[in-house]
Design a protein around this ligand. Structure first.
Ligand SMILES: Nc1ncnc2c1ncn2[C@@H]1O[C@H](COP(=O)(O)OP(=O)(O)OP(=O)(O)O)[C@@H](O)[C@H]1O
Ligand SMILES: [Mg+2]
Length: 378
């Protein structure tokens, strides 16, 4: 039985459609991560599952039970927000036991649940403190502890780590993954953070304008994005996109020419291309190389900016008429990610190369019509 079943859910605010025909089945024990641009409906979807928002139409089932019209407290869920929303005048222990106290549970049961959560979250020494005496990471742990004490069927997290600094985020990310493994509970988690999505999720749901674009394992979505949107959304730095036209097409093969005369020939298209069709070629920054000849496809450019990140170098390269759309630089420069530290002079000429087998091809409607040939799967 699915843990959470979302069936044909719509959420309208007046004439604005925040959620459009959402269908998703989350299995028991899954860690589902929802990503998407700001305003795409992630929080709205989480709130409809929690019962903090009503649905305009559609159904929500939790453990097979129709909860669509139930109050939040009756749904068997617990939600953790970005703002910890702790009661400042209560101790950690009182904060964690609050939900159970409101539900009128006996004190012995509340104490046991708080002690168990404190042990899991390593908050045993902090139980008598007030929130203001704690760090951001500790406070967020208390908020998670408050969710754990209620033993929910489903945990809902809305960007719980986004107020924390980078080091603490990493630590909490590991702790949350460990917590998920220990509790085995179903978790639905919203984040803006690519690393959180890629590392924590058993499946990622990509939302865009209130619709689901694609659902799949992190590696599957990264390697086989269904469309240009998903390809551009997952991956940091972002995929480079170049528009072009199909100049030759035969069977499942096509030759595409882009601005500046760059030609790319691709085989194994999922559907035949038409001569004259406007298409987009996609190539991930880690697949661009420097000063490489041979069978690769190459083009010349100028170094605009170099970022040294310790174990790799990110290079932004202007290539004249050949511009990328929707690039990280926002100005048409290509992004190349080079797995070593190499010095580059600003404005120096560089030759950039890639292999056709690493390229994606997207049809005019955005659908993926060719993906890199699969490498060994995990
Ligand atoms: N109560 C409301 N009334 C009207 N519109 C709303 C309401 N709540 C949300 N919206 C709209 O619904 C859309 C989705 O909002 P939502 O908060 O779900 O986005 P989000 O994906 O969580 O974004 P973010 O990443 O910025 O948190 C937005 O365009 C927002 O303006
Ligand atoms: Mg939100």
């Amino acid at each position: 039985m699915a843990s959470v079943e979302i069936q044909n859910v719509q959420k309208h605010y007046g004439s604005f459609h925040a959620l459009n025909d959402i269908n998703l089945s989350v299995e028991e024990g899954e860690f589902v991560v929802m990503v998407g641009p700001s305003g795409c409906g992630k929080s709205t979807l989480l709130k409809t599952i929690a019962g903090l928002e009503t649905v305009t139409s559609g159904q929500l089932l939790i453990k097979g039970r129709d909860v669509t019209r139930l109050e939040p407290g009756d749904r068997g869920i617990a939600m953790v927000f970005q703002s910890y929303a702790l009661y400042p005048h209560m101790t950690v222990a009182e904060n964690m036991g609050f939900g159970l106290r409101m539900a009128g549970r006996p004190k012995t049961q509340i104490d046991a649940a708080v002690a168990r959560a404190a042990k899991i979250l390593r908050l045993e020494e902090q139980l008598d403190k007030k929130p203001k005496q704690m760090s951001g990471g500790q406070r967020q742990r208390v908020a998670i502890g408050r969710a754990i004490t209620r033993s929910p069927d489903v945990f809902l997290f809305d960007e719980p780590l986004s107020n924390l600094d980078a080091a603490l985020r990493t630590q909490m990310r590991v702790e949350l993954s460990t917590l998920h493994a220990e509790l085995g509970s179903t978790m639905i988690y919203v984040t803006h953070d690519q690393v959180e999505a890629m590392t924590m999720a058993s499946r990622i749901v990509v939302l865009n304008r209130g619709r689901i674009e694609q659902v799949g394992t992190p590696l599957d979505l990264y390697s086989n994005p269904a469309n240009l949107f998903v390809a551009g959304f997952l991956g940091a730095p972002r995929m480079n996109f170049v528009t072009g036209k199909v100049v030759e097409a035969q069977g499942r093969s096509a030759r595409i020419v882009c601005a500046g005369g760059l030609g790319v020939a691709l085989d194994d298209l999922v559907q035949p291309a038409a001569i004259g069709e406007a298409v987009t070629i996609g190539i991930r920054p880690e697949k661009l190389r420097i000063n490489d000849a041979g069978s690769a496809i190459a083009f010349g450019g100028q170094v605009r900016l170099t970022e040294y990140l310790g174990r790799e170098t990110i290079l932004y390269v202007d290539a004249g008429d050949l511009v990328t759309t929707g690039s990280d630089s926002g100005t048409g420069a290509f992004t190349a990610q080079i797995g070593e530290i190499r010095p580059f002079q600003t404005a120096a000429p560089v030759s950039i190369a890639f292999d056709a087998r690493d390229a994606y091809l997207f049809a005019a409607d955005g659908r993926t019509i060719s993906s890199p040939k699969p490498v060994a799967r995990l």
